[in-house]
Design a protein around this ligand. Structure first.
Ligand code: FA5
Length: 373
């Protein structure tokens, strides 16, 4: 074999010189050693072992060498690449081991933590009060009746003896559901009260009839301390032979005692609802001061505003016109009905001063009532 032809003058390719290749390897190994996490190492891999890395670019220059010089340059580049690959693999191992150790510490689950001290959440007090109210009447033999929240105007108003254009309709700040063609008055409303369930019950159930119906109502009222555009009522309806105002009073009295305490008096004062005749506004004796705050020089009462009485419901004897609209003979049957606001009952019972607390969705409010079933 002949010695290398020293007189041959190969094309000079500086990037392939041993010094230069060694410099590339040194740079690469320094960068690998400096990578402090797997992301950094990924960037180093791209910069020093990727297609555009200095060593890869130098490799591409091998073709420019005379054939005799290519093998040696190829070996040099191959060794350089292998050194960089080995360093990368070692560092990858080290960093993965470090990462795994860190994750084990950071994400460790302490299985000895007491699981039963996690907050369990709470049912909304409006729900629990509604259920408690319902239970009071169910215990007296009433059945639970339901009706839709998106209601036919006929059930919400007409059948309840609200003539069209009667001013009483205006008092019910109604949200009308637009028709499919965009008409504002499609004949469908978001029910403004639970009283339409009275009609549905009378039309569908046999007599005698004793039902309660808790549920959501909607009005265009602006949200303030005492009003909400979405609130809840509970409706009561009894239709039987021989019912009188005394029975209505008895039912209301039983509910007041069950919800607010024994011995509280109730008061009925004349009011107007188109679907009851006579109609009454029902108040109960203040369960906090029991009327004491009305005496001269007495401590004022926050709950009844020193009135001694708290309004709790609208009520009355079912208007015979409503009975007739439901196909019931008013000469044989009579009925009484009442409707009360559930948020209002909750507020009175628990001294809540702002109805907005019931709609804010702050779990601290609900939790304060505990997990009452
Ligand atoms: C009625 O809705 C009648 N349907 C009640 C009735 C039923 C009378 C059966 C006779 C026989 P009224 O509009 O007064 O009545 O509402 C009843 C209760 O609902 C009020 O006392 C109040 O507690 C509650 N309520 C009414 N509007 C709101 C509102 N925007 N936010 C919270 N509660 C409300």
């Amino acid at each position: 074999m002949s010695a290398p032809n020293k007189s041959y003058d190969p094309v000079e390719v500086a990037t392939l010189s041993p010094d230069e290749v060694q410099r590339m390897v040194d740079d690469a190994l320094a960068a690998v050693a400096a990578a402090s996490d797997l992301d950094e190492l990924k960037a180093v891999r791209l910069a020093h072992a990727g297609d555009r890395a200095p060593i890869a670019l130098a490799n591409a220059e091998i073709g420019a060498l005379p054939p005799a010089a290519r093998a040696e340059a190829g070996k040099r580049i191959g060794a350089a690449r292998a050194a960089v690959r080995t360093a990368l693999a070692q560092r990858q191992d080290e960093l993965e081991t470090e990462r795994d150790a860190r994750v084990l510490v950071e994400e460790a689950a302490d299985v000895t933590l007491p699981w039963d001290r996690l907050p369990a959440g709470a049912r909304h007090p409006v729900t629990t009060v509604a259920e408690r109210l319902t239970d009071v009447f169910v215990a007296m033999g009433y059945e639970v009746a339901e009706g839709p929240e998106v209601e036919d105007e006929w059930y919400n108003f007409d059948a309840l003896n609200f003539p069209p254009d009667h001013p009483a309709r205006e008092q019910y700040d109604t949200i009308f559901v637009a028709g499919p063609d965009g008409t504002a008055h499609s004949g469908v409303v978001l029910r403004t009260h639970t009283s339409p369930v009275q009609i549905r019950a009378m039309l569908s159930r046999p007599l005698p009839l004793y039902v309660v119906s808790p549920g959501k109502c909607f009005r265009t009222d602006t949200l303030d301390a005492t009003h909400s555009p979405v609130f809840h009522q509970i409706e009561g309806l009894a239709v039987d032979e021989g019912l009188t105002m005394a029975d209505l009073r008895g039912a209301i009295g039983a509910f007041v005692e069950a919800m607010f305490g024994a011995g509280l008096r109730t008061r009925l004062r004349p009011d107007f609802f188109p679907f009851t005749e006579p109609s009454a506004d029902v108040s109960m004796e203040c369960h906090v001061c029991r009327g004491a705050s009305t005496r001269p020089g007495a401590e004022p009462c926050r709950v009844c505003r020193s009135q001694g009485w708290i309004e709790i419901a609208g009520a009355g004897m079912v208007n015979p016109r409503v009975l007739v609209a439901c196909g019931i003979d008013p000469d044989r049957y009579s009925g009484f009905a009442f409707g009360l606001g559930i948020e209002r009952t909750l507020m009175i019972r628990h001294g809540v001063t702002d109805i907005r607390d019931t709609v804010d969705g702050d779990v601290r409010f609900s939790r304060a009532f505990g997990m009452e079933a």
